[in-house]
Ligand binder design. Structure first.
Ligand code: FNR
Length: 193
């Protein structure tokens, strides 16, 4: 068996009962064996400040940059805050994009899933995030798009997705992401025996 691709998962909510965190865990379970998903925590990253970076970067920044460096790909699972990306996620993006010339995101295949209790599924956050990903040189999978609305009724108490149609869609999303990563990766996965 070929080694699985390591996908760093960034969750844009710190809330204990976060639907986005539930979605990230559900995606990890739905993904095929060719992808290994790990949530990289972002809640303890101090706000980005170039002065501090030039002096002595805080340990959480260094650890986070290493975690992104080590990943084969990145998956963003985020709510929408005021039609945009939550500050905590934007901060994490900024931290790993610096110092200048050491952008840890560069070249990593990416994908975006936005999740909201609302009807339009975090479309605004999804596309504001994609704007940053262009600048960061993250090739973000264009299709399928994933704007997941109605999140309050989507999970059972164990965090499983209750809607068959949504689960099937997300399985297809993860298959497409695996193919996207493979197509963009310098070393190809060996064919399964
Ligand atoms: C929100 N929420 C929200 N929802 C949405 O669909 N569009 C929006 O623009 C906003 N704006 C917004 C701003 C702020 C500051 C908060 C705290 C919330 C509601 C949001 O989708 C809801 O709280 C989700 O449950 C957040 O995701 P998690 O924490 O469940 O993953």
């Amino acid at each position: 068996m070929a080694a699985a691709r390591h996908v760093a998962v960034l969750v844009g909510s710190l809330r204990k009962g976060s639907y986005n965190r539930m979605m990230a865990k559900a995606l990890a379970a739905l993904a095929g064996s060719e992808l290994q998903l790990t949530i990289v925590e972002i809640g303890d990253l101090p706000f980005y400040n170039e002065d501090v970076d030039a002096d002595e970067p805080p340990a959480p920044w260094t650890a986070f940059r290493k975690a992104i460096d080590a990943a084969d790909a990145v998956l963003f699972v985020t709510p929408e805050y005021n039609r945009s990306v939550p500050g905590v996620l934007k901060n994490a993006i900024d931290v790993a994009s610096r110092p200048h010339g050491r952008n840890a995101w560069s070249g990593k295949p990416g994908a975006v899933v936005s999740v909201s209790p609302g009807a339009i599924g975090g479309f605004g956050a999804n596309h504001h995030l994609r704007q940053s990903l262009v600048f960061l040189n993250v090739p973000a999978m264009p299709q399928p798009e994933a704007y997941i609305g109605g999140a309050a009724g989507l999970f059972d108490e164990a965090g499983h997705i209750t809607n068959d149609g949504t689960r099937t869609f997300l399985e297809g999303f993860m298959k497409a992401f695996a193919a996207w990563i493979d197509a963009l990766s310098p070393t190809k996965l060996e064919a399964a025996p």
